[in-house]
Design a protein around this ligand. Structure first.
Ligand SMILES: *Cc1c(COP(=O)(O)O)cnc(C)c1O
Length: 395
């Protein structure tokens, strides 16, 4: 009952004072011609947000002043990974700044059609580790279930662009497509952890996700469920009282949220995260290191500290996978190592995620970071601390 009270308060806050929720960081949506007549209750309706996603050049041109690079990108991005931007996300964009981090993650540019020498369609070799459709089994005790190919928004750096965003083939309602994956999990007793991702599982209809969670929970060897989502960031309206009530039936569920920039932490996304936290779902963040978006240590520090304030524990920073057409987002590995160097010891340990590279071809996540062990001999470790002062530890 306690938890429900909090949610109800949030819901009340939503309907009473919706416009005030959008802080100084975003333009009031009613100032934008495209949205000037939108009823605040529609704006708060996640289905309205999905139905009114920006997919066409003439729509986005009413929200931002497009560069020629962007115009070319939008015209050529067809089929999979075409542009799709929720109105909520669109109004967070800085209309004048082509380098706006919110904008660069959402609007395609001509750079996506340049394929670099080491870039691949399936950089993490997921298709080779797939024992059943929609299932990836790489580690001994856990699997990744790709529950849908749809997302609220298509991030331009997506590592699964080979699968994601094929909106033509609508697939949200058929839920026997997981039968083979469920059979595999059921028959493999070593699997104790199922990570449900996609696409974005929280874009599924509630009954469909409910059914999937119910089937997974009925497998006695599955101890641990996780959801990987970006909905609290790109479509926070989706976190409704009814969704949270449904998810609670299958607790414990850990939720990993894809956050990349401090600007994504709005009053509205905080409400979505609060609703999840207040209902007992532990929240983690997964961040992709992106050139020009979050590749400066002070931006990452700010992001991690702001995440802690909304009770999201930084989990991973990913090196941007060598997916075809993402070279303009990729940084040298040293940039990521330096970010960890500037976090560890300099701020709360809880604000320091693990920086990982997904081993190309299927190696899984490999941690990389600053080296604190300077030398190691029998019974003796020579270490440095975050200030590069040297200490000897005798065993
Ligand atoms: C990331 C990932 C997991 C989960 O890894 P953790 O380090 O446990 O979070 C599982 N399977 C695959 C294929 C993955 O890519």
């Amino acid at each position: 009952m306690e938890n429900n009270t909090v949610i109800t308060d949030n819901q009340k806050l939503l309907s009473e004072n919706i416009i005030a929720l959008y802080g100084k960081r975003s333009r009031d949506y009613q100032q934008i011609n495209l949205y000037k007549d939108v009823n605040p209750l529609d704006w708060e309706d996640w289905r309205w947000q999905v139905k009114n996603r920006i997919t066409k050049l003439d729509q986005i041109a009413q929200v931002v002043k497009l560069t020629p690079q962007e115009e070319e990108g939008i015209k050529s991005a067809k089929g999979r990974m075409a542009m799709a931007i929720t109105p909520y996300w669109a109004v967070l964009i800085d209309a004048e700044d082509p380098n706006c981090p919110i904008r660069r993650q959402a609007i395609p540019t001509a750079n996506e059609f340049q394929v670099g020498p080491h870039e691949m369609v399936d950089p993490c070799g997921e298709d080779n580790d797939s024992p059943a459709p929609h299932l990836i089994h790489r580690y001994p005790d856990r699997v990744l279930l790709l529950a849908t190919e749809a997302c609220a928004m298509y991030c331009r750096h997506c590592t699964r662009r080979r699968l994601v965003g094929n909106e033509e083939r609508s697939e949200t309602s058929s839920n026997n497509k997981w039968d083979a994956a469920l059979d595999y999990i059921r028959s493999n007793k070593k699997i104790r952890d199922v990570l449900i991702s996609g696409g974005d599982p929280l874009i599924l209809e509630e009954e469909v996700l409910d059914d999937l969670l119910k089937k997974l929970r009925s497998i006695s060897s599955v101890e641990f469920l996780r959801l990987g989502t970006r909905v609290p960031v790109t479509l926070p309206q989706r976190i409704t009282e009814s969704l949270v009530t449904m998810l609670k039936k299958y607790a414990p569920i850990w939720i990993s949220i894809h956050f990349n920039h401090p600007k994504e932490i709005t009053k509205r996304s905080k409400i979505a995260c609060d609703m999840l936290s207040d209902s007992g779902f532990p929240l983690g963040s997964q961040t992709v290191l992106l050139q020009g978006v979050n590749d400066r240590p002070y931006i990452m520090r700010k992001l991690m500290q702001e995440l802690l304030k909304i009770r999201v524990r930084p989990y991973y920073i990913y090196q941007c996978d060598p997916v075809r057409g993402t070279g303009h987002f990729r940084t040298p590995v040293s940039v990521g190592i330096n970010i960890i160097e500037k976090l560890r010891g300099h701020t709360s340990g809880y604000a320091v995620p693990t920086y990982v590279i997904d081993g190309p071809g299927g190696g899984g996540k490999i941690p990389v970071g600053p080296n604190y062990v300077l030398s190691q001999a029998k019974g003796k470790y020579v270490l440095r601390n975050y200030r590069s002062k040297i200490y000897t530890y005798l065993e």
